[in-house]
Write a protein that binds this ligand. Structure first.
Ligand SMILES: *[C@@H]1O[C@H](CO)[C@@H](O)[C@H](O)[C@H]1NC(C)=O
Ligand SMILES: *[C@@H]1O[C@H](CO)[C@@H](O)[C@H](O)[C@H]1NC(C)=O
Ligand SMILES: *[C@@H]1O[C@H](CO)[C@@H](O)[C@H](O)[C@H]1NC(C)=O
Ligand SMILES: *[C@@H]1O[C@H](CO)[C@@H](O)[C@H](O)[C@H]1NC(C)=O
Length: 293
């Protein structure tokens, strides 16, 4: 309609679409390919970090002597955070690869993706968790529908005032709704993005029974796409407007899943979720308030 009013010919309309399309993809390509140094720095295990492809890919190495980790230089009060990850191929029993948001104060807040490694041929578990006001214990675990050690996949966290959504590629696997009205904690402080690759022998695999097998060292994890879409905010002086709708991830479209996403979400949870704290009656005889309704 609009185009006709402006008197654009069909050819012009097509041309315009093509240009808009190109602009969109150029922009998203540029932002989807930030180098490591733009947003992150190494926090431990410096000698176990290697860089490839003009520092657009990072490899962390774990052996008997150390693992390694990195963190965002900035803290954030909301955003859409992503990382492209390839886990150790084959044997990763006893080893944890974690990608998470974290605030390290006495009032600890945390939103986690934790990959619990496993022996060759056995599935890696993806554990998710949410800590708020220092309280965690909100684990939900999944067995992925692909081998996360065979290729890179996106893991993403959407965090706005309405919901925290965990995505595997484009599939939402978990939603943590803001139910402050029901007295449930909701992370609203600034957090840092952290990646950590370490030996977690006490609990990682089979409740700690499966240990890292160092005859297979070194273990390698790979990371790409260091872009961050977030509202930068210092822990010492948090911004008040990080949940404002001037940030695209806070706009209405991101308050709920679309019906297509909802469908995928329900399907994944039915087929691939193998632990949910909300239904663990031994642990929580009365389900926690966020689990009800
Ligand atoms: C990202 O940048 C690297 C190095 O310049 C380049 O080799 C790679 O093709 C780029 N990837 C994308 C998706 O643009
Ligand atoms: C948290 O901060 C304390 C003090 O600054 C530091 O010693 C500790 O290593 C930090 N922990 C993590 C997991 O970053
Ligand atoms: C976060 O929530 C707490 C408790 O509900 C409130 O006191 C605090 O001001 C909030 N912080 C921000 C940055 O909104
Ligand atoms: C550790 O790995 C080596 C080499 O792959 C294998 O021979 C050995 O059986 C493994 N040990 C355990 C406890 O799985």
């Amino acid at each position: 309609m609009y185009a006709r009013k402006m008197g654009l010919s069909p050819w012009m309309k097509t041309k315009l679409m093509v240009v808009l399309f190109q602009v969109f993809f150029c922009l998203s390509d540029a932002t989807r390919n930030a180098s490591f140094d733009e947003n992150y720095h190494v926090t431990w295990g410096n000698h176990h970090v290697s860089y490839f492809n003009q520092r657009r890919e990072v490899q962390l190495l774990l052996d008997r002597s150390s693992g390694a980790g990195f963190a965002s230089k900035a803290f954030f009060g909301s955003g859409y955070f992503q990382m492209k990850i390839k886990l150790p191929a084959k044997d990763s029993g006893g080893i944890v690869t974690a990608f998470y948001m974290f605030l390290n104060t006495t009032i600890h807040e945390e939103v986690d993706f934790e990959f619990l490694g496993n022996r060759p041929g056995k599935p890696v578990t993806l554990q998710t968790n949410v800590f708020t006001n220092g309280v965690g214990g909100r684990e939900q675990r999944f067995v992925l529908w692909f081998d996360p050690g065979a290729d890179f996949h996106y893991y993403k966290l959407l965090w706005n005032h309405h919901q925290i959504v965990f995505f595997v590629d484009d599939t939402p696997i978990r939603i943590y709704k803001n139910k402050k009205m029901k007295g449930v904690g909701y992370p609203n402080r600034t957090m840092q993005v952290i990646v950590s690759f370490w030996d977690g022998p006490d609990w990682a695999t089979d409740g700690g029974k499966t240990k890292a097998n160092y005859s297979n060292e070194p273990f390698l994890a790979h990371f790409q796409d260091f872009n961050i879409d977030g509202c930068q905010s210092a822990p010492s002086n948090p911004r008040k407007d990080c949940f404002s709708q001037k940030h695209w991830w806070n706009t209405k479209n991101f308050w709920h899943l679309s019906s297509r996403q909802r469908h995928a979400y329900e399907d994944v949870r039915k087929k691939h979720m193998n632990y949910d704290y909300c239904t663990d009656k031994n642990r929580y005889p009365t389900p926690l308030p966020e689990c009800v309704g």
